[in-house]
Design a binder for this molecule. Structure first.
Ligand code: NAP
Length: 436
């Protein structure tokens, strides 16, 4: 143990986040932490890097993961298997590791933490969830010492930006195009808009909170692509806003109810005012009661800053001989069956504007045990559409809590509903949960 030891860092990847990190090193020259070697695909590529002296570029990752003088390997290449192999090799070589790679951590967290324990090294991944919001270290070091009851968050900036534009009555396709023009959405946005990115992030947070590793494919997931301006209008009228909500909570049976889906939340909810590309995390538990944090979920500065924090922290741990082990091995915690999870909800149907339409729909809902709270139907050019010469109006129905299995059984009966005038419903019904 040497309290004055200069800590040497090797970097894998120098793209958006890596460049931001290199520039943070340039601004903090007296930190006793030195960047030695950077592995990239193309060392000749121009990079917007401030001059910080004598590090080297290489295309050979073994110059980083196998470099005897390097203490901390920082993985910022992205991708799955190759990044995972590099991280594992670095650990086997006795290197501490920092990464912002949510894909690798969510898929291979337990393997990485076990290997780190075996080789007595630290792993930092603050940048992997919610970019600039401190959440991994607070969970590992403080919050998980308490009894965490729920984590609710807005963990995807792309969809939050799109939903913010939609709250201004812009349709989904136009809102997505604006997000792409501003660099908040990828050319292929499916990973974000289908909720898969948020699923990886809530899987990581819930695993740390509840001590049982949860893989992204265990997270129930719905995206935002079916939401229309009509939904946004009615949500507003009912006192709600629409958000892509990520939730993980302990049920009364001790199971973990974990999901990502668009939801109506009260306009007084803490998360309702989190707009644009921002992320937010709201944790409830005892004895701390509430933890709420909001900030940039991605981007060069915020993410590089979180990575830099992990490097500084691990440098301190190396100097004082501390190894932080991460235990997520609990096997007796089950994931809740979504069919059994009850919530309130919102149903939007386009009804043919002929006598008896609403009556027949209400009959189906009653058969399935729905206790209807609100039912709104409006006419006028803002709402109505004409299908095969027949006027159709959107009908909005909200209900008291019901298990999701009931909703899943009801929808096909609505789609197949037959009256003597044919099916009173045009198109597919659209359903969203309401969260308190
Ligand atoms: N961007 C964000 O806002 C953000 C936010 C949170 C988390 N993250 C995570 O941070 C990580 C990095 O993201 P990024 O946006 O910075 O990625 P990026 O801009 O695509 O940069 C990737 C870097 O990795 C290098 N690279 C790729 N494959 C390589 C290989 N086989 N060998 C050596 N170098 C290789 C590339 O080299 P060349 O430059 O030579 O092509 C490039 O420098 C990802 O895991 C991402 O999920 C990013």
């Amino acid at each position: 143990m040497d309290g004055n030891k200069t800590i040497k860092v090797g970097l894998l990847g120098c793209g958006i986040v890596g460049t931001g990190l290199v520039n943070l090193f340039a601004q903090n020259k007296s930190s006793g932490i030195k960047l030695e070697t950077i592995a990239v695909r193309d060392p000749k590529k121009p990079r917007n890097i401030d001059s910080i002296g004598d590090f080297e570029f290489t295309t050979d990752v073994t110059q980083v993961v196998g470099n005897k003088s390097i203490d901390i390997v920082v993985e910022l290449m992205g991708g799955y298997d190759y990044a995972y192999q590099c991280i594992m090799q670095a650990i086997k070589n006795g290197k501490h590791v920092v990464t912002a790679n949510k894909a690798v951590i969510s898929e291979y967290g337990p393997e990485i933490f076990e290997e780190a324990k075996k080789y007595n090294v630290n792993v930092g991944f603050e940048g992997a969830v919610a970019g600039g919001i401190p959440i991994i270290n607070p969970l590992l070091e403080q919050l998980s010492l308490g009894d965490i009851k729920s984590i609710t968050g807005i963990l995807n900036g792309t969809t939050n930006f799109i939903l913010t534009r939609m709250s201004e009555r812009i349709d989904y396709g136009s809102a997505l195009r604006i997000a792409q023009e501003k660099g908040f959405a990828e050319a292929d946005p499916s990973f974000d808009v289908k909720g898969l990115d948020a699923a990886q992030k809530i899987a990581i947070l819930a695993s740390l909170a509840f001590g049982r590793w949860i893989k992204p494919n265990e997270v129930y997931c719905e995206g935002i692509t079916e939401i229309t301006p009509i939904d946004v209008d009615y949500a507003k009228e009912l006192g709600y806003v629409i958000k892509l909500l990520t939730t993980a909570r302990k049920t009364k049976d001790g199971e973990i109810d974990i999901r990502v889906h668009p939801a109506l939340i009260s306009n007084t909810h803490r998360l309702a005012r989190v707009n644009e590309e921002l992320n937010a995390i709201y944790i409830q538990g005892s004895p701390f009661d509430e933890y709420f944090n909001v900030g940039k979920g991605a981007g060069q500065g915020p993410t590089a800053f979180s990575v830099y924090y992990d490097i500084v922290k691990i440098a301190e741990m190396i100097r004082s001989g501390i190894v932080r082990t991460i235990n997520v091995n609990s096997t007796d915690v089950k994931i809740a069956d979504q069919n059994k999870v009850s919530t309130e909800g919102y149903l939007r149907l386009y009804l043919r504007h002929v006598p008896g339409s609403l009556h027949s729909v209400v009959g189906v809902l009653a058969n399935h045990g729905w206790n209807v709270k609100d039912s709104i139907q409006r006419g006028g050019p803002k709402y109505e559409i004409i299908v095969d010469g027949v006027k159709c109006l959107p009908d909005i129905i909200t209900h008291e809590p019901l298990p999701f299995a009931v909703i899943k059984n009801t929808i096909p009966d609505l789609i197949n509903l037959k009256t003597e005038k044919g099916n009173p419903i045009h198109g597919a019904p659209f359903y969203m949960r309401i969260e308190r």
